[in-house]
Design a binder for this molecule. Structure first.
Ligand code: NAP
Ligand code: MG
Length: 498
């Protein structure tokens, strides 16, 4: 492995501060309780930085600030052109600080620096730039009506949005949430995941530098049940946007019934990736590897159920295992690393538990299947890229979300068997199909019940392409024009003409 590059001095300063403060009403403040928590570097298991720990009282202050900024403040009334400038400046600032943000992301989450620098950070900038474009292009309608009236609609912001995000793409998930919310004129209280609060806090500084008025964005790091729970229950919050586990999504669905706030949920997945024997096999192998080992498999749409046509199943699984075995694993800052550590000790335990469950169910790990405790990795949360064969679609490892670098290879007989098994899951986030037969590709794309379908590719995203779940993978579509529907509401105006 090559030597890790030196840390950007700004990153060193950022993590060395006594503790990182939270952003409320344009000011960086300690939590009301004075409490802090530590975020950990998953490559070493050591403490990385201390962060103010928000709870209900801080959420109260943040919601009040966001409410004021929405009801009285300049944001929703600012001219669209000025709002565009702030969002475009934010995109530019993310790019100007890309190396710093990438190193911070890699230290906090563990992901490889190549992914942080080439995927997460530019996609976050691109998301702000894309939504800047919508600010002045999102219209109401003029409605044909009786000539004694003038009837039209206004597309108005929803109000105060509580946004709760996970740890797998910390900055990018913040961008997916903030880009459309701010473009539509809302104000926000953002709660980053406790495991990875740092880049969201740095983004808060960049948005201030870009000219975002005080109170429009408030960032309250803290724990899910306390800070997140307070946001979900707060009567002055108009909307909750959540990305995370299906279990917490269901709790939010129940909790928000009391105030009937708008909710959008991006939840888990157990996505089928279906390889037909007539596929370009080398491309399918590479796609299957990337589909499940990208970001250490901590991807909601990961292709974790790899269905391979029976007649080439064994051969395909062997090639896959050989590649998985050879994937360079190491600290994220090492430029040679392809697979980094999992995000936390909790996630390490969860994934290694599933490895044991898989083996006890009768599956065979033909690559990996264990923690990686090689020299220099023993203190970090590393799990070897794992390929299971001998898996049936009804086993726990094929039905439950593992959220780690673990793929189950499952044989299928023919097209209808692939569709039947592929759809046999509570989830419906994404799916992949590999075939050279365009008719088959179209048929399977229509037959699979999932929010995104990739043909001869996997894990492809764009700010303009909607993303979200069928079934228990959630509801609402983020990205593209669809996100505007999550962050606006329609007012109908009737004017009597005389
Ligand atoms: P999680 O426990 O559901 O946490 C997600 C976020 O919700 C975190 O900020 C968490 O805070 C917060 N939270 C936890 N309990 C809460 C509660 N009772 N009320 C309000 N907020 C609460 O999920 P995770 O383990 O961090 O993330 C992995 C999961 O997210 C996977 O299941 C994955 O599939 C899903 N995911 C889905 C998508 C998608 O787009 N569909 C994308 C990424 C991830 P703390 O972390 O501080 O506890
Ligand atoms: Mg961390």
């Amino acid at each position: 492995m090559a030597a890790a590059p030196a840390l950007n001095p700004a990153v060193q300063d950022f993590v060395r501060a006594p503790f990182r403060k939270m952003l409320i009403d344009g000011k960086w403040v300690a939590s009301a309780s004075g409490k802090t928590f530590e975020t950990v570097n998953p490559a070493t298991g050591g403490a990385l930085a201390s962060v103010a720990e928000g709870d209900a009282e801080d959420v109260e202050r943040a919601v009040r600030a966001a409410r004021r900024a929405f009801d009285d403040g300049p944001w929703s009334r600012m001219s669209p052109g000025d709002r565009v400038k702030i969002l475009l400046r934010t995109a530019d600032l993310i790019e100007q600080n890309a190396l710093e943000l990438a190193q911070l992301e890699t230290l906090d989450n563990g992901k490889s620096i190549n992914e942080s620098l080439n995927v997460d950070i530019p996609s976050a900038a691109g998301t702000f730039r894309y939504y800047a474009g919508w600010v002045d292009k999102s219209y109401g309608q003029t409605i044909p009506s009786d000539p004694s009236f003038f009837n039209f609609t206004l597309r108005e912001p929803v109000g105060v949005c509580g946004q709760i995000i996970p740890w797998n793409f910390p900055l990018l998930m913040a961008a997916w949430k903030l880009g459309p919310a701010l473009a539509c004129g809302n104000t926000v209280v953002l709660k980053p995941a406790e495991q990875t609060p740092l880049t969201a806090l740095r983004l808060g500084e960049l948005l201030q530098e870009a000219g975002l008025p005080d109170g429009v964005l408030n960032i309250v790091p803290g724990y899910g049940p306390t800070a997140g729970g307070a946001l979900v229950k707060h009567p002055a919050v108009d909307k909750i946007a959540f990305t995370g586990s299906t279990e917490v999504g269901k709790e939010i669905h129940r909790e928000t019934a009391g105030t009937l706030k708008r909710v959008s949920l991006e939840l888990g997945g157990k996505s089928p990736n279906i390889v037909f024997a007539d596929a370009d096999v080398e491309a399918a192998v590479q796609g299957a590897l990337m589909g499940v080992f990208f970001n250490q498999g901590q991807v909601c749409c990961a292709g974790t159920r790899l269905f391979v046509e029976q007649k080439m199943h064994d051969e395909f699984a062997d090639v896959l295992a050989k590649h998985a075995h050879e994937m360079p694993q190491g600290h994220g800052l090492d430029p040679a690393t392809k697979v980094g550590p999992l995000v936390s000790k909790e996630q390490l335990d969860r994934v290694t538990d599933y490895l044991a469950i898989g083996k006890s169910e009768g599956a065979k790990a033909i690559a990996g299947g264990e923690r990686n405790t090689a020299a220099g990795l023993a203190d970090g949360y590393f799990v070897k890229p794992t390929v299971f064969t001998g898996v049936r679609n009804d086993m726990r490892i094929a039905q439950e979300e593992i959220f780690g670098p673990v793929v189950s290879v499952i044989p299928f007989k023919d097209e209808s068997d692939a569709v039947l098994q592929g759809n046999n899951t509570f989830y419906g986030l994404a799916a992949g199909v590999w075939t050279k037969d365009v008719n088959k590709a179209h048929r399977v794309a229509r037959a699979i019940r999932a929010g995104t379908l990739w043909v001869n590719c996997y894990n492809v995203f764009g700010a303009s392409a909607p993303f979200g779940g069928y079934k228990q993978s959630g509801y609402g579509r983020e990205l593209g024009s669809y996100s505007l529907d999550l962050y606006t509401q329609i007012k109908t105006v009737w004017m009597k003409l005389s």
